[in-house]
Design a protein. Sequence first.
Length: 173
Amino acid sequence: MNIAHFRRNARYSLPGAPRAKLAAMRKLNLVEIQEDAARRGGRCLAETYVDSLTLMDWECAQGHRWRAVAHAIRQGHWCKKCADERLRFPAQAVQEIANARGGACLSPYSNSQTKLEWQCKEGHSWWATFSSVKQGSWCPQCKGERRGRRRINGSAMAHTIAMIQKVVPPNSA
Ligand SMILES: [Zn+2]
Ligand SMILES: [Zn+2]
């Protein structure tokens, strides 16, 4: 007796759930799963979707392969090998993130809470922790210029100056 087969039959015999509708839902879910994976630069290798707790094969952007249930991926889990490598080689992760944004990190990495010096593709440099860059913060000067062009007035300018002053490291004066 095949358990998966038994489960499928049990589920599909529920009243009020027409077969065609369930088939459509399954298809939609596989598309959603593929989109989830694509957003992370990887893909789901499975061609059929059974349910969110059935193991499926996945591949990350680095070509690592592993098995996980779709539910875990939806919860935000992804390639464990990549996560381990980021922990083991954070210095490399720092450069990868900087390169992805067309810039560089000028400081040696020590830990995620220490301020590092960064450089954007325009050549501006500033200090920020790896955590804040990982969360999406980037060159405050570029951000300030964009904001200034959009809305030139005294308070926006003062805000920009305050932001630029904030990123100067305490010991650089
Ligand atoms: Zn990986
Ligand atoms: Zn910049």
